[in-house]
Structures are given as C-alpha cells and as structure tokens.
Ligand binder design. Structure first.
Ligand code: AMP
Length: 213
C-alpha cells in the first residue's frame, strides 16, 4: 500500500491533475465526505487527509509514504528525514512583511527600532530579520495575522500573500517580500527504499506532468 498525505483545499484541488497524470483518481470528494482515508481507483494507493502543518510529520514518521506541502510549512517544520524530489509549482504564493497603512516601516527599520512582529512563520521571520540586522520580538499566532497590526498587538506581520486582496481588505500594505512559495512533494526515505518501484512511478509521472525529464 502507498499512502499519500494531502491537506484539504488548495493543495488537494491542485494535486488532482497531477494524480490523474499518474493514473490515480481519488474516489471521494473531501468536501463531501467525513472520511479521512480516501480510496483511489488503484487499490494499492490511498490518500490520507491531514492538516497542512501535519503533512511533514506524517511523512517523516512513516504515517504516509509521500506528502504534498508548502515550502513555508517545510521550512517551519524542518525537513529531517524527508526526500524532496519535486517542486510541484502549485499553491504558489509568497511570504511577505506587511504593516498597517500609514505605518512608516522603512523609518522604523532605519532608526533601529525594535519591531513587534506577529506571525505563524516564526522560523522564516527570525531568519529574515536576523539577516537584515533588525531586532524583533516575535509573537507566535496561529491565524488571522492581519488583525495584529490593527489591534496594536504588533507593528508588522509575516504572512502568506497571494493576490494581496486580504491585506487590502484589512488596510495593510506589503512592505517586503521574503520568499516565493510553492508546494513540494516530500517522500519518506525508508519508504523510498522499501517501496521503490511504485513510489518512483508516482514521482516520475508527476515530473512528466510538470514537463520535467
Ligand atoms: P490573498 O488575499 O490572495 O493575498 O491570500 C491571502 C490569504 O490566503 C492569507 O490569509 C494566506 O494565509 C492565505 N494563502 C494565500 N496563498 C496561500 C497558499 N498557497 N497556501 C495557504 N494559504 C494561502
């Protein structure tokens, strides 16, 4: 049995065409079923639905052989024991710094102010501000980061931005782009040795669907 860990929503939807290219069709719609283990048209392949931030953990400890997860999640989690054969070029976005409209971020940085930064992406933010030589107090949040500058909890946030509409709707502006993000295929290294053939077949089919040799 080959187990693929996916999260519901964008990653699941954008993975379906890649699975199709590998001849795999998921038999249930995750938005309509409460099942967490989904069968496919291939009796030897199943999909497990997990939270996006849990995908690396499932694959690392062998709860799944393969998984698809954003680079942001991979960096925050760490990628020990994970083989990363492919950038799937899906669920693309960027990690950026944003502040309230009217907040003079450039001046605060120039003056060496100690910034309060709220984020779910603590590792990415720490590394980014350390490299810039900016002192920050990081405040870990689990969601609705946009609220932090509006309520006075923080001066800035580090969050994922795609169209920029969420920032705009909350009167926030993007002031720095930290990195581009896309989803990656991750594979359990032991599974790659023990189930080499079927896993290779999936990696190769995904690679071909992406136009990679
Ligand atoms: P947008 O309004 O299009 O800029 O999207 C921003 C919101 O969607 C933020 O709350 C992000 O956390 C979330 N978001 C954007 N792109 C992604 C992605 N690729 N994966 C997960 N969340 C995302």
């Amino acid at each position: 049995m080959i187990t693929l860990a996916l999260s519901k929503g964008r990653i699941f939807d954008e993975t379906l065409p890649l699975l199709k290219a590998a001849g795999i069709e998921v038999l249930d719609d995750p938005e309509k079923t409460r099942k967490l283990i989904l069968a496919t048209n291939q009796p030897e392949v199943r999909v497990v639905l997990v939270r996006a931030t849990d995908v690396p953990t499932y694959v690392q400890y062998g709860g799944a052989d393969l998984g698809i997860t954003g680079l942001d999640t991979l960096i925050e989690h760490g990628s020990d024991g994970l083989y990363q054969p492919l950038d799937l070029q899906i669920a693309k976005c960027r990690v950026s710094v944003a502040v309230r409209e009217g907040y003079d971020y450039a001046a605060a940085v120039r003056q060496g102010a100690r910034l309060r930064v709220a984020t779910k992406y603590v590792a990415i933010a720490r590394e980014f501000f350390a490299a810039k030589g900016v002192h920050v107090d990081l405040i870990k949040l689990y969601g609705s980061m946009e609220l932090a500058p509006l309520t006075g909890l923080a001066d800035a946030i580090v969050d994922l931005v795609s169209t920029g509409n969420t920032l705009k709707a909350n009167h926030l502006v993007e002031v720095e782009r930290i990195m581009d993000i896309s989803s990656r295929l991750v594979v359990n290294q032991a599974a790659l040795k023990l189930k080499r053939e079927p896993i290779r077949r999936i990696i190769d089919a995904f690679g071909q669907a992406l136009g990679q040799p």
